[in-house]
Design a protein around this ligand. Structure first.
Ligand SMILES: [Zn+2]
Length: 340
């Protein structure tokens, strides 16, 4: 028996269902088209990677390393300037631009703004930013350039040693680094950084007994041994520690995050050798603490300041400090510790 109306209702319902399926299909197709479109954009403009960015800020040029990740047309990034970290979010457009916005990662830092960059065939990008910093009342603006970095970090090879010793002498002073420091072994790490195939810097690290590290500073505090407690507390008793011994970069490659990349790799290598505490001694001259902010960015904490740390050694070894000149060197050492 036919119930009048039922057939009609069934008909309507099937149409509704067909309609819903139709909508579903349309959405699905649209998504697929978008997805394919995004993948195509990623292939055409593969901008993921590491960059050195330069931006103009009130007449000065600031360099900041940038790390970009890409999923289709969507780009996310991080930029580092000293202790500040910026988050970048953007979209790649069909005609080869990256447009986006940036803000400070620290919630108490209210800096934010926008950027528009044209993507070059080699993936360098050039354009402009505008935005507002925490202390400013007006919108600031300036040029914004990204240079794709092709850095490789490898264990030091013998043929790179002369170039690296040359960089060491200019950056750290003569006789500070020798050939032996640039060798690799069970407890010794020596890494070189190359940009587009040219060796531009190195980082060295060693696994040493905690007592050996501590012992270096004891003679300086005979009058006041309590000053050593903050360091002593952080060191394991009888185990080894990982010493990030030195980092030096050719001056024309400063400010590109190469030092950071080297320290990161040294930390990885030390961790792989089983140490749980890392130590480093930064050189504190009247020009500031060399590598201090780099170490702090990597989670190291300052635990000790040792005045005239290199004075005796500079006299004994006739070591010329790049800041003080011929001996004696009057620079201090700042001691950093990080637990892994
Ligand atoms: Zn000095």
């Amino acid at each position: 028996m036919l119930i009048p109306g039922f057939d009609f209702l069934a008909h309507i319902l099937s149409e509704v269902t067909a309609g819903l399926i139709g909508i579903g299909l349309t959405i699905g197709v649209e998504r697929a088209v978008k997805f394919v479109g995004r993948r195509r954009l990623e292939k055409r403009f593969p901008i993921a990677g590491t960059y050195m960015s330069k931006y103009e800020d009130k007449g000065r040029i600031v360099t900041a390393p940038v790390e970009l990740k890409q999923r289709g047309s969507e780009v996310q990034g991080e930029s580092y300037e000293g202790n500040r970290k910026w988050i970048l979010k953007g979209l790649v457009t069909e005609d080869g631009y990256l447009q986006g916005r940036y803000w400070a990662e620290n919630v108490f830092d209210k800096g934010f703004g926008s950027f528009l960059l044209k993507i070059e065939p080699n993936c360098d990008m050039h354009g402009y930013w505008f935005g507002k910093d925490i202390k400013e009342r007006e919108i600031q603006r300036g040029s914004y350039d990204f240079y794709k970095r092709d850095i490789s970090i490898e264990p030091v090879s013998p043929r790179d040693i002369p170039a690296l010793l040359d960089i060491a002498e200019k950056q750290l002073g003569d006789a500070y680094i020798n050939r032996r420091d640039l060798e690799n072994g069970k407890d010794r790490i020596a890494l070189s950084a190359a940009v587009n195939g040219r060796v531009v810097g190195f980082g060295t690290a060693r696994v040493i007994p905690a007592q050996e590290f501590y012992g270096k500073f004891e003679p300086f505090f005979k009058q006041d041994p309590t000053a050593l407690r903050p360091l002593q507390r952080r060191l394991p008793d009888k185990e080894n520690v990982g010493l990030v011994a030195s980092v030096a970069i050719a001056p024309e490659f400063h400010g590109r995050g190469i030092g950071t990349a080297l320290v990161e790799r040294c930390i990885q290598e030390l961790a792989a050798r089983g140490v749980t505490v890392l130590v480093a001694t930064a050189w504190h001259s009247r020009n500031g603490t060399n590598a201090g902010s780099l170490l702090e960015n990597k989670g190291f904490q300052k635990v000790l300041e040792v005045p005239e740390f290199w004075k005796e050694a500079s006299l004994q070894n006739n070591f010329s400090c790049p800041v003080c000149g011929p001996p004696p060197c009057e620079c201090a050492a700042t001691v950093y510790v990080r637990s892994l």
